[in-house]
Write a protein that binds this ligand. Structure first.
Ligand code: 5GP
Length: 197
């Protein structure tokens, strides 16, 4: 049989993971605005409450814990985590397939364990990037100024951040976000060279 020399280049998976408040979402949005990277955002499913500025189907697929659990049973997820108590988050298989079929590179904004899980499942086409906040103190300040969470939820996120930092070493790349403009440029270079490889 003749080899298929014209096989389309396989889409890349760019995974951004970090403690909440480290600035990874800002970086992901910045990269999505660069058309030459041909990136599409993987919209996760979640059972947490929608924030006022969020749009269903764009930021997340919002669903009840029951629907989420039903999808777990049906094996509809590439990975899922109970990131905070009773708040489930997961990447749907249908979402990854949809974007790869469109010929896109996919960018993920997901928690640390989920990120490593995706990397394991797509070892040859993924790059896992850990965005590290300069310090836990700085992280606390950022979460407080964001004013999207209650003090109790901030406390929960700070505790989790300490745990999450331990996984940094398992990622392909660590970016320390101490200066957002500098970090944006660094992230762009890393992603661009991986996509071109
Ligand atoms: P937030 O509630 O601030 O939107 O997200 C909380 C945490 O859940 C963040 O660390 C976010 O990256 C993570 N997260 C979002 N989507 C997914 C997903 O599909 N899978 C996993 N494992 N974590 C996710």
């Amino acid at each position: 049989m003749k080899a298929n020399f014209f096989k389309m280049k396989q889409g890349k998976l760019i995974i951004f993971s970090a403690p909440s408040g480290s600035g990874k979402t800002t970086l992901v949005h910045y990269l999505l605005q660069q058309p030459e990277l041909n990136l599409a955002f993987s919209v996760s499913a979640t059972s947490r409450d929608k924030r006022p500025n969020e749009v269903d189907g764009k930021d997340y697929y919002f669903m009840s814990p029951e629907t989420f659990k039903h999808k777990i049973k049906n094996k509809e997820f590439v990975e899922w985590e109970e990131v905070y108590r009773n708040n489930f988050y997961g990447t749907l298989k249908s979402e990854v397939e949809r974007l790869l079929n469109q010929g896109k590179n996919i960018i993920f904004d997901i928690d640390v364990k989920g990120g490593l899980n995706i990397k394991k499942q797509y070892p040859n086409q993924s790059l896992a990037i850990f965005v590290q906040p300069p310090s836990i103190e700085e992280l606390k300040k950022r979460l407080e100024s964001r004013q999207t969470e209650t003090p109790e939820k901030i406390k929960m996120r700070i505790e989790k951040a300490g745990e999450e930092m331990q996984y940094a070493k398992d990622f392909d790349v660590i970016i320390v976000n101490d200066d957002l403009e500098k970090t944006k440029k660094e992230a762009y270079k890393i992603v661009q060279s991986f996509i071109e490889s």
